[in-house]
Design a protein around this ligand. Structure first.
Ligand SMILES: NC(=O)c1ccc[n+]([C@@H]2O[C@H](COP(=O)([O-])OP(=O)(O)OC[C@H]3O[C@@H](n4cnc5c(N)ncnc54)[C@H](OP(=O)(O)O)[C@@H]3O)[C@@H](O)[C@H]2O)c1
Length: 319
């Protein structure tokens, strides 16, 4: 199966390595890659470090590559989700299924993209947009039939967890960001992690997909961790509390949805405070299944790559 990647940073390279490791079992080949600066093609399959040529437009790229699946993994733009939304539409216009780890399109245009994909009978998958490769959307869709989700609470941004853990040791915000960048988990622009945009985009994406909302990250009440200091984190720890960036969705009595992402001071035995390192946790509050939790223990960029791979395996079965 011919696969084209749009974006080739930490996630793209981890995905290419994963496909190499699984080549004997799964005949997937990355035959084209487009980044902001360069393009690479090889119909026989590209190596993890390909030879690059000059960048084409995405439309030219897709016309040359003729892929069977497009994977959109460009940088997050939490303001309007572009140009990733247009990349996805360019693939749809050619009848090509799309997988993305980029939460921008799901946070800004999920209902429109879903309708466009359905009208053209094209598969569109996005499991790794929230909680890396953990099954969140697929679990609800495939394993919780008939459920209504009333709300959710979660710790969804790994970079702020690493930064706050560094602050607990007395290290600076900048040192925490540098560590998250070294681990390949920070956004291209790490201020999107620190200012809560990544978590707000995930909150909007979850609300759009799981709760039928039509919201954007701008509609999430958002406070980041820029004003949290090592002293705050250490004082909280001494008193038995943990400061962490929490995302919440609550259905109000009048039916409206209240969405927030903000640093919260939680008792250290709170489930949301009990996931170390890059670990994430999401609690779904449902009508028929009580509260259902998903915990991802120490995910890295390889787990994001697995989320793309799981969507790809699933799409391959249906083509
Ligand atoms: N890293 C994680 O752990 C993780 C987890 C879940 C989801 N995600 C999501 O996955 C996506 C990729 O993350 P990453 O960590 O791989 O980012 P990254 O390392 O910063 O790489 C971003 C890639 O996107 C390319 N790009 C940016 N704008 C583009 C455009 N207009 N056209 C074509 N290519 C463009 C960049 O090209 P140049 O190199 O030429 O600039 C680069 O290859 C993001 O949306 C992120 O939110 C990441």
């Amino acid at each position: 199966m011919r696969i084209a990647l749009i974006g080739y940073g930490s996630v793209g390279k981890a995905f290419a390595r994963l496909l190499e490791s699984q080549r004997k079992r799964f005949p997937f080949r990355i035959t084209a890659i487009q980044t902001r600066k360069a393009t690479a093609y090889d119909a026989k399959g590209l190596p993890v470090s390909p030879a690059w040529g000059p960048a084409a437009t995405v439309d030219e790229f897709l016309d040359v590559a003729q892929p069977e699946v497009v994977i959109e993994i460009t940088s997050l733009n939490p303001v309007d989700g572009e140009p990733a939304i247009s990349h996805i539409r360019s693939a749809f216009a050619r009848g090509i299924p799309v997988i993305t780890a980029n939460k921008g399109p799901i946070a800004h245009a999920y209902s429109a993209l879903r309708a466009e994909a359905a009208a053209r009978h094209i598969l569109f998958r996005f499991e790794s947009t929230v909680m890396d490769g953990s099954p969140v959307f697929n679990m609800v869709q495939q394993n919780l039939p008939g459920i209504t989700i009333h709300g959710f609470s979660g710790v969804l941004n790994s970079t702020t967890k690493i930064v706050l853990a560094e602050m607990a040791k007395g290290n600076s915000l900048a040192a925490g960001i540098a560590l998250a960048q070294e681990m390949g988990i920070a956004e291209t622009d790490p201020s999107y992690d620190i200012d809560g945009w990544d978590a707000a985009a995930k909150t909007a994406a979850l609300a759009n997909v799981l709760m039928g909302a039509d919201v954007t990250p701008q509609m999430v009440e958002r406070t980041g961790i820029a004003d949290v200091t090592p002293a705050h984190v250490q004082e909280a720890a001494a008193a038995g509390f943990v400061i962490t960036l929490v995302s919440r969705a609550t259905r109000q009595p009048d039916g409206t949805l209240r969405l927030s992402t903000r640093p919260e001071r939680l008792p250290e035995d709170d489930l949301l405070a009990n996931v170390d390192g890059t670990s994430n946790v999401l609690l779904l509050h449902t009508d028929l299944m009580g509260t259902q939790g998903i915990i991802s223990v120490s995910p890295g960029v390889e787990q994001t790559a697995y989320g793309l791979f799981s969507d790809l395996v699933d799409i391959a079965k249906q083509l």
